[in-house]
Design a protein around this ligand. Sequence first.
Ligand SMILES: *Cc1c(COP(=O)(O)O)cnc(C)c1O
Length: 379
Amino acid sequence: MKSTEFKDLILFITGPTYIRPEIRKAGTYCEFGHRDKVAKVKIESILTNLRKLAGVSEDYEVCLISGSGTFAMEASIRSLAKDDENILNVSVGAFGDLYNKIAVANKRNVDLLKFKPGKAIDLDVLEEKLKSKKYDVVTFTHNETSTGVTNDMVEVCKLIQKYGAMTLVDGVSIFGGVKVPFEEAKPSIYVTSTQKCLGLPAGFGIIFVHKDALEKAKTVENRGYVTDLVSIAASAQKSQTVTTPNCTLINQMEEQLKYIVEEEGIENRFKRHEEMQKMVADWLENSLSDDFKFFSQEGYRSAVVSAIEIPKYVDRMAIKESMRERGYLFDPGYGGLNKKLEESGENLNIRIGHMGDITPEMLTKYLEELEIEIKKFKP
Ligand SMILES: *Cc1c(COP(=O)(O)O)cnc(C)c1O
């Protein structure tokens, strides 16, 4: 029996993302024993290249956790916040809220500071909050996927650190697309995953944890078993994972990271994402009417995902189906956010994921076809 077959589509959503044919093929390579020497060679290569892509010093441990980005976020909360410590979750959208849900599910003293969707973290407001109470641990989202906002990671980290708290950063949707400023921001932990800007299937959370944070983890009780950063890092040092990894994904990841580091080049990869952000901005400016605009605040627009406010006369769900006919998976906006916008009578969003291995050539063609579908709707 074959699995249900669907048409092959190019994904312009925000994860899972488009996977290059070479990496799809790498998904057919032989499985291996995860305690065999083959695993060691492959995982060592993966961790070394992740380190290069991140540009982190020896101050950080690089680890893999089976699961996805959310697992890595949960591991960070379980392992770095003590039960009686104060946690602040700073949210500019659905994924900031997700870190809060994880904290609430695991710890007692949790506060949430929320900013209006489309806005970045306002440093003055954050500082007031940090002054109001002694927080031990603060989380925030580097790139808010639901609204296309990239926070100023360096300034936010510095501010939090000024008040003596640890910084837990969710970089799930941006790592591999832009340079992450580890040196300047010095986050306690930065977590990401495979299925967004790395152009791989889902299956691992990726963790960059600072050695000081790891020292603290050793003193935290109730770290869980699979969420225990101490054992996750100990396994990583042996080029292993705590539990059986997805060997298919290891094969793909080894090849993809070699491609990024040795073939495409890290700087070129970052430049490509910047270029695609500008392409979307130009398209909005020059090809569409003033009824279409960025949902995200100017100055904080993401290089990897654009959220665009569309007028009410455009039926985004109809466009999703017509784009499917054209061979694409279109993103009609973040569901939860659009629901709220709809309830308050505001215009809805669509999103364009230009992350991972999407090229400017692919994006040009996509925008041309999307424009045709959009222009079928008249005010
Ligand atoms: C996708 C996403 C997550 C969730 O990651 P999973 O790998 O699906 O668990 C968390 N944070 C952000 C910013 C995301 O974009």
